[in-house]
Design a protein. Structure first.
Length: 529
């Protein structure tokens, strides 16, 4: 037992070192995780014989649970909403079109049967969020026209459809009972959506309306709810991965307590899950069997990269008035990764037997995709002039710390103070300062010009720091030309009573606003809520 524990610890440490090497040499870390698995495997140095696809399926499926949940949890909906229609079209119809074209060309050009071609098309129809955003984040590569958000939502949400297609393909080949296919598809979608929403509502209610969760147990509670979401959807024959993604999206964009604790925790869990998946993929592989399937794997890479993916993107994005350059970049960014390999493992574990080695074909396709497509992605983005140097790709994620640091001053108003019993607009403050809020007993009041300052109030001004409590936050909003606040003065805007525009970042200028301040396109507006 001690030997196994030490072995696992060594593997994790090697993967951490691989991540560091990835940063230094520009090699995608996911490929290095694969190579570490191959190093430990049957053809590697340590000669560990491991070909238990059923065990690997169980381990990888559980890892995919947290990868799917965090894919939704870390999606910032405010950034993704303007492009959500395009992204969802790609993650649903785009997956089906990609699978269909891949099936057709594999059957016509590679001599595979229709069933085998469909299985390969289904398994490889989804794109990998971890691969895409590891590259974008590492290169600090933000993309124009909301492309980063399109790729984030698409790659995070297309696994459920690919999973459903894979289950259908397995059923058609006869490795499992197919039953009524139409009923199965409907159950997958409807139950998947309903369970995700219901569990999210229950989680928010428990988190915000009850004191069931003891202090420090927020992460344990969230793990339990993730597993309940997965288990309940599976028992009810729904698409568990769809449930998890929806659950993650709703929870990640809600005002639950201690979100800033949950984000780094699940980021770590997801990283460990990715290490597990790619290590097991490498461990299951037999490199001596790969040379004979390299020609077919390369052919499938060409089919996916040059034909199937571009056609799917063009059909769906050009009618939405996306530019040809944006379509080309989205096409190239369709990397294959962990989920495709996991679906291949599921098929093998279900008893699928093909003339060609399904697992090693998918393994090689993933390797080529991450290495070649992923390695060239920054270069392609620059060549297509789709890089936005004035933006930060990290802001499309919930793990970006969007709260802006302001220099705030706490000012107590005693009896007899010259500001006592006066309205905010009638007191003389230092130039450039702004009254943000009043602390009165246990009440927090967002100040307006007509707010009266009372004796014993604590006035918070924008200029030594004040640390807000957990129910107070500053949020950044980037103003585009279609935003309802664009080209409006603050005094004309219908703000809620509990929010205040505290700061405007315009180019290199920091503006402390008043009612006559006009908001311009590309301003970053900092709102206190």
């Amino acid at each position: 037992m001690t030997g196994y524990v030490l072995g696992i610890a060594v593997i994790i440490m090697l993967c951490i070192l691989a991540e560091r090497c990835s940063d230094k040499f520009g090699i995608p870390a996911l490929i290095l995780f694969m190579f570490i698995g191959m190093l430990f495997g049957s053809d590697g140095i340590l000669k560990i014989s491991f070909d238990d696809f059923s065990l690997a399926e169980t381990a990888c499926s559980m890892a995919l649970v947290f990868i799917m949940f965090y894919g939704g949890f870390n999606t910032k909906w405010s950034a993704a909403k303007p492009v959500s229609g395009k992204a969802i079209a790609l993650s649903t119809l785009g997956v089906v079109i990609t699978a269909g074209i891949t099936t057709l060309l594999c059957y016509m050009l590679l001599g595979l049967s229709v069933q085998e071609s469909f299985l390969i098309g289904a398994v490889l129809s989804s794109t990998d969020a971890a691969s895409v955003f590891a590259i974008l984040r590492k290169n600090k590569l933000n993309l124009k026209d909301g492309t980063a958000s399109i790729l984030e939502v698409e790659s995070g949400s297309n696994d459920p459809i690919a999973y459903m297609l894979t289950i259908i393909a397995i059923s058609i080949i006869g490795a499992s009972q197919s039953g009524n296919m139409a009923v199965m598809i409907i159950l997958q979608i409807v139950v998947g959506i309903v369970v995700g929403i219901v569990i999210a509502i229950a989680s928010m209610w428990i988190s915000t309306k009850t004191d069931i969760i003891s202090e420090g147990l927020d992460t344990i509670f969230m793990i339990a709810m993730v597993l309940i979401c997965f288990g309940l959807s599976t028992v009810l024959k729904g698409n568990a991965y769809l449930s998890l993604y929806l659950y993650g999206i709703i929870i990640g964009n809600s005002k639950i307590d201690n979100k800033q604790t949950l984000i780094p925790f699940f980021d770590g869990v997801t990283s460990l899950s990715q290490i597990l998946v790619f290590f097991l993929i490498g461990l299951l592989s037999f490199p001596h069997q790969m040379p004979q399937i390299i020609p077919m794997a390369l052919a499938i890479v060409v089919i996916l990269t040059v034909v199937a993916r571009p056609i799917a993107v063009m059909l769906l994005m050009l009618p939405c008035k996306c530019s040809m350059r944006q379509c080309m970049l989205i096409s190239w960014a369709g990397l294959r990764g962990a989920s495709s390999c996991v679906f291949a493992i599921m098929a093998v574990a279900a008893g699928i037997h093909m003339k060609q080695d399904l697992f090693h074909i998918v393994f090689m396709v993933t390797l080529f995709s991450v290495a070649i497509q992923g390695g060239l992605l920054p270069w392609i983005a620059h060549k297509l002039q789709m890089v936005d140097d004035n933006a930060d790709v990290r802001k499309t994620f919930n793990d970006y710390q969007e709260e802006t640091s302001l220099q705030l001053m706490r000012m107590f108003i005693p009896q007899g103070h010259s500001w006592a019993n006066k309205k905010i607009k009638d007191v003389s403050m230092m130039h450039g300062s702004l009254a943000i809020m009043i602390k009165r007993d246990k009440e927090t009041i967002i100040t307006k010009g007509d707010t009266v300052i009372l004796p014993e109030d604590t006035l918070i001004l924008s200029v030594p720091p004040y640390v807000p409590s957990e129910d107070e936050q500053l949020e950044e909003i980037v103003i585009d030309k279609n935003h309802k606040w664009c080209n409006k003065m603050i005094g004309e805007m219908n703000l809620r009573n509990d929010e205040l525009i505290a700061l405007i970042l315009r180019d290199d200028e920091t503006i402390i606003p008043d009612g006559k301040t006009k908001i311009h396109e590309n301003d970053v507006v900092v709102i206190y809520r």
